[in-house]
Design a protein around this ligand. Structure first.
Ligand code: SF4
Length: 146
C-alpha cells in the first residue's frame, strides 16, 4: 500500500516529545504497520535532541518566533523542519497529515500562547501551518478520533 498519511511520530509510540515521552488519544499504529502512513517527527528531523527544552510560539500575530522559556531562539530550526517535512510529503505524494494537538510544530487550530502558562490560543504549529498552506489535509489526532 502506498502511504497517504504522515503521522506525528509521538502519536505512534516514538518517545520523541520534548520530555522523551510519547502520547496519543487514538491508536494509529495499524496505519503505520499497513504502510498507509509514515511516522514523522519534525523536531527530530530539525536535529533537536530528545529530551529538549519545551518551546512555544511567541507573538504569533507579529511574525513567527519560537523560543524556550529561558528565551533561547529556535525559530530557524522550526522553519527548517517545516521545509523538510513538506519535502517528505511531496516526495511520497502524501495528501493527509494527522498531527499531535497543541504542539508548536504539529498543533493545528489551537496552540499555547507563548507564556508557558498552559493558555491556548487560535493558531497552528509551524509545520502544520506549512503543510496546510501547501494543500495537505491537516487534522489533529483528536479530530481524527472524532
Ligand atoms: S508533536 Fe510533532 S514535533 Fe513534537 S514530538 Fe510529536 S511529532 Fe515531534
Amino acid at each position: 500500500m502506498k502511504p497517504k498519511y504522515i503521522i506525528s511520530s509521538c502519536l505512534v509510540g516514538v518517545k520523541c516529545r520534548y520530555n522523551a515521552t510519547c502520547s496519543s488519544t487514538v491508536n494509529l499504529n495499524d496505519m503505520i504497520e499497513s504502510g498507509e502512513a509514515i511516522p514523522v517527527c519534525p523536531e527530530v528531523i530539525a536535529g533537536l535532541p530528545t529530551p529538549r527544552e519545551p518551546v512555544e510560539i511567541q507573538n504569533i500575530e507579529e511574525g513567527v518566533q519560537v523560543t524556550s522559556k529561558a528565551g533561547k531562539d529556535y525559530t530557524a530550526q522550526f522553519l527548517k523542519s517545516a521545509d523538510e517535512v513538506l519535502k517528505v510529503c511531496q516526495e511520497n505524494n502524501i495528501t493527509h497529515a494527522i498531527l499531535q494537538s497543541r504542539s508548536p510544530s504539529c498543533g493545528f487550530g489551537k496552540i499555547y500562547d507563548g507564556t508557558f502558562s498552559g493558555t491556548l490560543i487560535d493558531g497552528n504549529g509551524i509545520v502544520a501551518d506549512k503543510l496546510f498552506k501547501n494543500g495537505i489535509n491537516v487534522m489533529t489526532d483528536e479530530e481524527f478520533e472524532d
